[in-house]
Design a protein around this ligand. Structure first.
Ligand code: CP3
Length: 354
């Protein structure tokens, strides 16, 4: 362990950690996926002069961008500014993040030779991210958690195979079903990369980790269980010894909630389609839930935001009554770029007041 990790004080008092572990938080914890990013003018000012991936590998910029929404909104957690493709880039895969599109892979991975040629992640190659975490922890207040994250193997595989964002995931599902042995080799390699990236962040001292399987909702429950769950389970098992809350999230995963809960996370992220108390009936008792305000509601004006925030808080209380060990307020997916940042600040104030 690094010195920072060893010197890190006990973090059980953090509202987010308390809610994730069944303790009583000192206030209702809230943070927002994609809270760092284009909704903030101070972010757009930095990005005017720095590329996305360049920013992700510059510790001072990562620290500054991670801190921006914490300063502005008084959220209970910072999320490391990075991207799910950062460890792939660090390993040496030729890719870029294109504004308005997302990750674009220069040479998509489609054959056995492509899979064999995939590089491994050398821990030293994400040293900048560990350094960034040290800077953030030195600046972050004592009551604010730092969340690290990684993309789950399936979501990473979908980008690598399709070559970029996809609507139907046809090539991904074709490999999964047409050549399950090759699929499993690819997923195993990506699982190793995900574990390596998370381990770097945990060694540097993050207080929680979130595994984003953003696009798992494209799968049937049967396919998820057969082709994805064993690999995601290995990720969660490998990081269990750090004893920090492990959050698992995907979009459109209402039909997968029970299976996703089965791979080992402590907290299940829920999108806006399933009310939190219904989510708990699917997940089962003993885990915390995170979510799930529809991100578009932040465009609907103060009265709607007020009503919807109160509804999600009430759903969260019903979720706890139904067996969840806690509720972490969040959106059902990320902050949209055109969101008025003041609407977010006011929503946080309201959530803390309830
Ligand atoms: O505040 C935070 O949430 C932390 C930062 C963060 C980013 N990406 C920054 C980013 C996180 C957690 C991610 C994860 C990520 N990246 C996911 C999982 C979360 C999710 O949204 O489901 C996925 C699927 C990606 C892949 C990716 N990267 C997409 C789909 C995009 C958006 C493309 C676009 O421009 O609309 C990106 C780019 C990206 N990642 C941006 C940011 C701030 C926008 C880049 C920019 O500012 O130009």
């Amino acid at each position: 362990m690094s010195d920072t990790a060893r010197l890190r004080p006990h973090r059980a008092h953090l509202p987010l950690v308390a809610a994730a572990t069944g303790a009583t938080p000192s206030r209702r914890p809230v943070w927002f996926m994609r809270q760092a990013g284009r909704s903030l003018p101070e972010y757009r000012a930095i990005r005017a002069d720095h590329g996305m991936l360049e920013s992700c590998f510059d510790p001072a910029l990562v620290c500054e961008i991670t801190m921006q929404p914490v300063r502005r909104h008084d959220v209970d957690a910072a999320i490391l500014f990075s991207d799910i493709v950062v460890p792939l880039k660090a390993a040496g895969i030729d890719l870029d993040i294109v504004a308005g599109t997302g990750p674009v892979i220069a040479h998509p991975v489609r054959t056995a030779d492509d899979v064999t040629a995939l590089p491994r992640l050398e821990p030293g190659s994400v040293g900048a991210i560990g350094k960034a975490i040290e800077l953030i922890l030195a600046e972050l207040g004592d009551d604010t958690a730092l969340i690290g994250f990684a993309g789950a193997p399936f979501t990473l595989a979908s980008y690598l195979i399709e070559g970029g964002p996809s609507r139907n995931y046809e090539r991904t599902k074709a490999m999964m079903h047409g050549d399950p042995a090759l699929w499993n080799v690819l997923m195993g390699r990506l699982t190793d990369i995900t574990i390596g990236f998370l381990t770097t962040q945990l060694e540097a001292g993050v207080d929680a980790v979130q595994l984003f399987d953003s696009w798992a909702g494209a799968l049937s429950d049967a396919d998820y269980r057969t082709y994805v769950a064993p690999h995601s389970a290995r990720v969660f098992a490998e990081v269990a010894s750090y004893a920090v809350p492990r959050i698992h999230f995907g979009v459109g995963t209402g039909e997968l909630l029970a299976s996703m809960a089965g791979v080992g996370a402590d907290v299940i992220g829920v999108d806006w389609r399933v009310p939190l108390d219904e989510a708990v009936r699917r997940v089962g008792p003993g885990k915390a839930v995170q979510g799930n305000l529809d991100p578009t509601m932040l465009f609907a004006g103060p009265e709607v935001i007020d009503r919807e925030v109160r509804r999600v808080v009430a759903d969260g209380e019903r979720a706890v009554a139904a067996g969840a060990i806690g509720h972490i307020f969040n959106l059902g997916h990320g902050v949209l770029p055109g969101t008025d940042p003041d609407a977010i600040t006011r929503a946080v104030e309201l959530i803390h007041s309830l």
